[in-house]
Design a protein around this ligand. Structure first.
Ligand SMILES: [Zn+2]
Length: 421
């Protein structure tokens, strides 16, 4: 099949250009292509980007289908403009062996809304005691390992994980949280948590494990990826480590550069996430980290929940935000439109850098490329959680006016119109 994407704005081109795809791959990018095609997409006034990649989502299947399943999660991802997502292994059963990996891939292939790359557990059952079968899971198709939701408490096990993962060529994604330091904290420790009467969770609980992972990666000369960075201190440590040549990469989420903890006074359980929403100082440090390249990737940490798990007292509510359908818009609006970074930089954060970190064969929009996302950045709209395709309507961004809407995703010959999903 031949597809012509006509007259879109492309990063790196000074005027609108055409893209010809043949057999699911970009064959030519040029001005004014004249060719008989099976399908033409008019992209005039829109931006044509490499397919967006979210390397940290929770699709909840198997085991927690009342929150989300692979079908609804992948559909929500496509609506948000993502052509690929990586799903975390904290399902039931935990994705710590090849049969769960294969199950996830089969369900994702049936749904066919986007590519779904499973992340395997670091340890069996994510219990932190014994390494999972990393080699078998790699053969079955994982692209990384993580005990996300839990830290790997035992430093020796983390060391072994980093060494084995390096041998198998999979990325270790570390959920940095010292549970002993968190104790029973539920909100960022400090003035606003105290004012709201909520028990504090110190930023040190994140930072001590970030420091450990940097130390291990530096000592062993292996790669490590830090999940959902939320504090100024984490950003600073990662910045310095990168300067020394440590192979550390990291990610943050839209809620860490859009929200700060004075919002706790609302007791809105939709802002309850882990790590918690931090202070304004941290929020600004996250933006600085994005600007100077310390932070490599923007991910959603898409964490859909049933409304019963959020419509309860703050202390009992589940952690997480349903983020797949708002990520690009929030990032575009609060980073690009706000003047902090260029659209080209945002594409690095949401497509090129995740591909590079995971060694996925999608690096930018060029000849041979298979995955494309077309977006409208000019028309404002209001986020309405009632319209989410995700089962999880738990978002603090309901009612926000944003810019940046996905119009189409293209994966090989599969064309999805995001607005009629
Ligand atoms: Zn996590």
């Amino acid at each position: 099949m031949k597809l012509l994407i006509k007259g879109g704005n492309l990063i790196g081109y000074d005027k609108p250009a055409d893209i010809l795809m043949d057999g699911g791959k970009v064959k030519t990018i040029a001005y004014d292509i004249v060719e008989q095609c099976d399908k033409v997409i008019d992209a005039k006034g829109k931006y044509v980007l490499p397919g967006l990649i979210d390397m940290h989502v929770h699709l909840r299947e198997p085991g927690f289908e009342h929150k989300e399943n692979i079908y609804t999660g992948a559909k929500a991802a496509a609506k948000g403009g993502f052509t690929s997502v990586c799903c975390m292994p904290n399902t039931r059963p935990v994705c710590d062996n090849e049969s769960v990996v294969i199950y996830i891939k089969d369900q994702a292939a049936k749904a066919d809304f986007c590519r779904v790359f499973p992340i395997g557990a670091i340890t069996k059952g994510s219990q932190g005691k014994e390494l999972a079968e990393i080699g078998c899971m790699k053969e079955a198709g994982i692209v990384g390992i993580s005990d996300d939701g839990n830290p790997v408490e035992n430093s020796q096990i983390m060391r072994l994980a980093l060494e084995y993962a390096a041998d198998f060529g999979v990325l270790v994604i570390s959920h940095c949280e010292d549970k002993n330091l968190v104790a029973d904290g539920i909100a960022n420790e400090g003035y606003n948590a105290t004012l709201a009467g909520l028990r504090g969770n110190t930023k040190a609980a994140e930072e001590v494990i970030v420091a450990r992972e940097i130390c291990l990666a530096e000592t062993l000369n292996t790669s490590v990826h830090i999940a959902h960075v939320s504090t100024a201190g984490s950003v600073e440590m990662i910045r310095h480590a990168k300067k020394r040549g440590v192979k550390v990469t990291c990610e943050t989420c839209p809620h860490y550069f859009t929200l700060e903890d004075s919002l706790l006074s609302s007791y809105d359980t939709n802002i309850k996430v882990n790590p918690p929403i931090r202070t304004e100082k941290d929020r600004l440090a996250i933006i600085e980290g994005i600007k100077d390249g310390t932070i490599d990737c923007i991910v959603t940490d898409h964490a859909p929940h049933h409304e019963d798990e959020k419509k309860i007292e703050f202390q009992y509510a589940s952690n997480g935000i349903s983020g797949l359908e708002t990520s690009f818009a929030l990032s575009y609006t609060y980073l690009v439109k706000a003047g902090h970074i260029s659209l080209a930089k945002l594409v690095e954060l949401m497509s090129i850098n995740p591909a590079r970190a995971l060694k996925l064969p999608f690096e930018g929009l060029k000849e041979g490329c298979t995955d494309i996302t077309i977006v409208d950045i000019d028309s404002p709209y209001t986020i309405d959680v009632a319209k989410f395709l995700s089962k999880g309507k738990n978002s603090p961004f309901n009612g926000y006016e944003v810019y940046g809407k996905a119009l189409y995703t293209i994966r090989n010959e599969k064309i999805i119109n995001c607005e009629v999903l």
